[in-house]
Design a protein around this ligand. Structure first.
Ligand code: ATP
Length: 332
């Protein structure tokens, strides 16, 4: 059976005067997928989400959600899409429950049915205890979870989240990512997350698009992105043995395919043109050393981004290298 496409853009373009914020974007997101639209500030992520939610008009191209045109059928699109902006605007002097009641009423849901839905959403998002406290007393993580509850009030098929992980602590992050996973895997909702927080977001995305200067530079699963950007770049493996031994370093330099061995503290970073994991483990064994850790490295989204821009820099004189470097270092 063909996979159902829930979000589709074709040639989607937005220009503000001379500035092209989104440049002929072709994107498809399947039902139940979590898709990360990732890129530095100014890449055009927010403009894309605004066009998908019918809040701004494309200059060119189309955006469809569940087959409905975001420009021509905005009301239908709004009925199936829940949008969570980066700073969800709640009324600080109302409680969490009262804020949800307000959203429910705006969506035509009132009375016992609304109360039941709100109660179950507060439970799902871990906010039952805080439900009757004023929102102004909520932490950023609690507000984000209330944002998720707020979006779920109207039971949307598609959820678009703008920078959902910004400014929340590790526990808040864990809870939020778990909620996102559940909404996708258990409830088969389609989720588009726009973010510049690579590391946090990659943990929960099925596929990601690297968005740069209005264009999708690369797109796929983490593995596919690694492949797309590798091309000629070395395979990197990190190994730690005890005791650290110069003889071992000499031995692994001789292994077929290995062309560099670097040190990072007590770890060795081996560059090769193929997978040498087994050969490294065998070499440690042959030397009578204890193998403390062995893992591929260079496949984090940060590394992929770095490789992508190094490549792009060589190809077109690095249009905006300094901005990208700031972006990568901020995410480390
Ligand atoms: P951020 O995370 O900083 O919001 P972003 O990836 O979401 O970044 P956008 O906000 O979509 O990027 O902006 C893309 C480009 O379009 C930027 O150069 C921005 O200055 C420009 N832009 C966005 N909105 C407008 C507007 N209303 N008028 C003029 N230029 C705009």
């Amino acid at each position: 059976m063909a996979e159902e496409i829930m979000i589709e853009t074709r040639n989607l373009t937005k220009r503000y005067g001379e500035k092209t914020a989104v440049d002929h974007l072709d994107l498809t997101v399947r039902k139940g997928e979590v898709f990360g639209l990732l890129g530095p500030n100014g890449a055009g992520k927010t403009t894309t989400t605004l066009m998908l939610t019918g809040l701004t008009e494309p200059t060119e191209g189309t955006a469809l959600i569940d087959g409905k045109d975001c420009l021509r059928d905005p009301m239908e699109v709004k009925s199936i899409v829940g949008y969570m902006p980066d700073n969800v605007g709640f009324y600080g002097d109302l409680t969490g429950r009262e804020n949800l009641r307000f959203t429910a009423a705006l969506n035509g849901l009132e009375g016992p049915e609304a109360e039941e839905r709100i109660q179950s959403l507060l439970a799902r998002t871990g906010l039952l205890e805080a439900a009757d406290l004023k929102v102004r007393a909520y932490s950023r993580g609690m507000r984000q979870r209330l944002g998720v509850a707020d979006v779920l009030v109207k039971d949307p098929k598609v959820i678009i989240m703008d920078e959902p992980t910004l400014g929340i602590d590790p526990e808040g992050m864990r809870q939020l990512l778990e909620l996102i996973r559940e909404m996708s895997k258990k409830e088969h909702r389609t989720i588009l997350i726009s973010s510049h927080q690579l590391y946090q977001v990659q943990q929960v995305c099925d596929r990601m698009g690297l968005f740069v200067e209005g264009r999708l530079a690369a797109c796929g699963t983490l593995e596919e992105l690694a492949e797309q950007t590798r091309e000629g770049a070395p395979v990197l493996t990190e190994i730690k043995v005890e005791p650290a031994d110069e003889g071992f370093v000499r031995l692994i330099k001789e292994l077929e395919g290995v062309y560099s061995v670097g040190r990072e503290g007590s770890r060795l970073i081996v560059g090769s043109d193929r997978d040498v994991g087994n050969a490294l483990a065998q070499a440690a064994l042959d030397c009578g050393l204890k193998l403390v850790s062995l893992r591929p490295c260079g496949n984090d989204l940060d590394d992929i981004y770095q490789r992508y821009f190094e490549k792009a820099g060589h190809e077109d004189g690095n249009r905006d290298g300094s901005k990208i470097k700031r972006f990568i270092s901020r995410n480390r």
